[in-house]
Design a protein around this ligand. Structure first.
Ligand SMILES: NC(=O)c1ccc[n+]([C@@H]2O[C@H](COP(=O)([O-])OP(=O)(O)OC[C@H]3O[C@@H](n4cnc5c(N)ncnc54)[C@H](OP(=O)(O)O)[C@@H]3O)[C@@H](O)[C@H]2O)c1
Length: 435
């Protein structure tokens, strides 16, 4: 073979969990094909994990329970960090880079918090040290490669993604089977799609970790996890899904990053999108990221967002790039455009307003909105929706507004809550027309 280098790239893997097992599997079973793509062999020299699993085939790699053996023994060229979490992972990645070892990680929580410093550390290091992280966002989908290579000719206008499979599974189950949130979550847990503690997924934190990385790459801003507006899906009811359906929408938990004249919006929240849109038709645990480039137009990236082999697929792709010497050096924060406060963001809104069942109530709601210059695009108020609790008859009025800033909508909702015919908390969801 032309230009084949017999010097192997020696890999040290930290962790022996789901993703690490997938990486071992691919590196051991597709050794020759991977060497051909990499132009040199990629061998697993060491594995470190707090627990030994003698039943796992390490392909002859040395095993240790000490993570520092990966960095300090001089027999590893690249460390693959697959232990997750922040503290031990940060220590390992920092130590690896300072020892002149490249790092491949799938750890979005680590990069969302420490990405700026770690990318800078890798860049400052001599000898072509890189920090690669394709697997950290959307599992198998090559979205990091897309943003850092394939789409670099573009001025990215916005991107929107379904970047947490658990939340998408739950919303899909609620829509398809009319399940309540709790039942859909229990189903996700039974199928192994959700952790016993699902907080990171259903509260949007995991999606926010990923979105902050995507926004930094798309807009050259700093990785700013604290700047991401984050709202989960725990408040979504089958009733909301039903009304959205009637109005022509599906509810998806989206991460949205958009460049505006004032700055960059970075937000994660349940969103009504047209049933016809590409993202609305991404179901179950699948992930998808829609990117709008000024030259490319819209590009949908879609695939498995998690799992042993899908995630390992991205880790191994990074290893091959490191072996070839063509992994991308990421730099963040070149553009000092601010991340916008949520109050400055504009979107259309869905409002579900519980009102007394009296004549003239709809007009009073519409007047309260128009006093804040908010116009109504669509509305539903049906007799069949009337409820009677403790002798009080009420009906939800459901409204979709035209675009309005969050700040104005906050004030309008406060005013609406003071209307005496409004007898409960108003539900507000954002509506996006992704075109
Ligand atoms: N799973 C996915 O589908 C997926 C998708 C995308 C990204 N990721 C990311 O990939 C990373 C790994 O995820 P995973 O699902 O493979 O996790 P996992 O199954 O929980 O495996 C983590 C492994 O790391 C070991 N470990 C944890 N802390 C350690 C420490 N301080 N010292 C030594 N070993 C330690 C654990 O040891 P024990 O064996 O003793 O528990 C376990 O073997 C995470 O950053 C995750 O966010 C995962």
């Amino acid at each position: 073979m032309d230009n084949f280098d017999l010097t192997p790239l020696r890999v040290g893997i930290a962790g022996l969990g789901t993703v690490a097992r997938g990486v071992l599997n691919i590196l051991l079973t597709r050794k020759d094909e991977i060497a051909r793509h990499a132009g040199r062999p990629i061998t697993v020299a060491r594995v470190a994990n707090r627990t030994a699993y003698p039943e796992i085939d390490l392909g002859g790699a040395r095993f240790s329970t000490s993570l520092s053996d990966l960095t300090d023994r001089g027999d590893v060229d690249v460390v693959v960090e697959l232990i997750g979490g922040e503290d031990a992972a940060l220590k390992l990645v920092t130590r690896s880079l300072s020892q002149g070892l490249s790092v491949v990680t799938a750890n979005k929580a680590l990069l969302a918090r420490h990405g700026n410093a770690l990318f800078e550390q890798a860049r400052q290091q001599e000898g072509g040290v890189v920090l690669a992280f394709e697997a950290a966002v959307a599992g198998s989908i090559p979205i990091i490669s897309s943003l850092t290579r394939s789409l670099v000719a573009n001025d990215i206008e916005w991107l929107a993604g379904i970047i947490n499979g658990t939340s998408n599974f739950i919303l899909t189950a609620m829509a398809e089977r009319g399940e309540a949130f709790e039942d859909a979550l229990a189903e996700a847990q039974a199928l192994g799609y959700a952790e016993a503690d699902p907080t990171f997924d259903v509260e949007g934190i995991d999606a926010a970790h990923k979105l902050t990385l995507l926004a930094a790459l798309a807009f050259d801003t700093a990785v700013d996890f604290d700047g991401v507006y984050t709202e989960g899906i725990t408040g979504i009811t089958p009733e909301d899904i039903g009304y959205a359906d009637e109005l022509g929408y599906r509810i998806r938990h989206l991460g949205i990053a958009r460049r505006t004249g004032e700055g960059v919006e970075v937000r994660v929240h349940p969103t009504l999108i047209s049933k016809e849109s590409m993202l609305a038709n991404v179901n179950g645990v699948m992930n998808a990221v829609l990117v709008m480039g000024h030259a490319s137009g819209p590009i949908l990236h879609c695939g498995a967002g998690a799992g042993e082999l899908p995630t390992a697929s991205s880790v191994v792709a990074d290893l091959v790039a490191v072996a070839r010497g063509d992994a991308v050096h990421v730099r963040t924060g070149g553009n000092h455009t601010p991340i916008l406060d949520m109050h400055q963001v504009e979107s259309a809104c869905y409002l579900r307003i519980p009102c007394l069942d009296q004549p003239g109530v709809f007009a009073r709601v519409a007047t309260a909105l128009s006093e804040h210059d908010i116009s109504i695009e669509a509305a539903i108020q049906r007799e069949s929706a009337i409820h009677s609790d403790s002798g009080v008859s009420w009906v939800p009025i459901v409204i979709v507004t035209h675009r309005v800033s969050e700040g104005v909508m906050d004030t309008a909702i406060e005013a609406l809550q003071r209307v005496d015919a409004v007898i409960g908390d108003i539900k507000r969801l954002r509506v996006e027309h992704l075109s």
